[in-house]
Design a protein around this ligand. Structure first.
Ligand SMILES: C[S@@+](CC[C@H](N)C(=O)[O-])C[C@H]1O[C@@H](n2cnc3c(N)ncnc32)[C@H](O)[C@@H]1O
Length: 209
């Protein structure tokens, strides 16, 4: 195993997930949903805590693993989460209940992100987590930046898309979309950003005034 691989494995290994998150993770894998890795979960929880995030939007609820991590740091935070699959939302609802998250802290919306997002309030959210259809990542991030308040942060997991973004020979549509996003964000003066290699990449974008 390369030094890099063992670092990755260790970063996941040292994270202790709650019983509810571990159960939601197992459920996700059973359903064929790819949840964020433990190390990415811990990272997004730190970012939510560091930004005192209260109002959080998530695109791509899955079975609730990322939502539980995003809600973890503050009992005041509220999550609005969108998923196109009713079945996934059912499991996520159960996961939030298992974690004893009050029902008024979670609003689950069934629908396609690009139908729902245009109806949401702009400049209103502290954190926007973008993990829906990877083919629509650019459009979803554009909406995310619209919804985020000044100083708010848009988080994009899988930004290095299975190690393919860094390899110029990989030109499939999803890889190209992530590559374009990463490059455009890196050169934007409207945001401050960082691309962390945690998991398969976590792009962190904070909107400036
Ligand atoms: C990678 S999974 C999300 C995993 C979840 N964020 C986690 O870490 O636990 C992607 C989710 O996006 C949903 N999805 C796919 N296309 C979508 C779309 N156009 N609009 C909303 N949700 C979509 C899928 O149903 C799936 O649950």
């Amino acid at each position: 195993m390369s030094e890099q691989d063992s670092n990755w494995k260790y970063a996941d290994y040292i994270v202790t997930e709650s019983e509810a998150i571990a159960k939601a993770r197992a459920q996700s894998l059973e359903l064929g949903i790819e949840p964020l890795s433990p190390a990415v979960g811990a990272q997004v929880a730190v970012l939510a805590a560091a930004t005192n995030a209260v109002n959080i939007v998530e695109i791509g609820t899955g079975a609730g693993v990322s939502g539980l991590w995003l809600l973890h740091p503050s009992s005041r935070s509220v999550l609005t989460s969108i998923d196109s699959e009713v079945e996934h939302l059912g499991y996520a609802r159960q996961a939030f209940s298992d974690a004893r998250i009050a029902s008024n802290r979670v609003r689950l919306i069934t629908g396609r992100a690009l139908d729902v997002l245009p109806r949401m309030n702009e400049n209103s959210y502290d954190v926007v987590y973008v993990d829906g259809d990877p083919a629509q990542v650019i459009e979803n991030v554009e909406h995310g930046l619209r919804l985020a308040r000044s100083g708010g942060t848009v988080l994009v997991p899988h930004a290095l898309w299975r190690g393919r973004v860094a390899d110029p020979a990989q030109r499939d549509d999803v890889t190209s979309a992530f590559r374009t996003l990463v490059q455009e964000i890196a050169s934007s003066t409207a945001v401050v950003s960082a691309l962390s290699p945690v998991g398969d990449g976590l792009l962190q974008i904070t909107k400036l005034d």
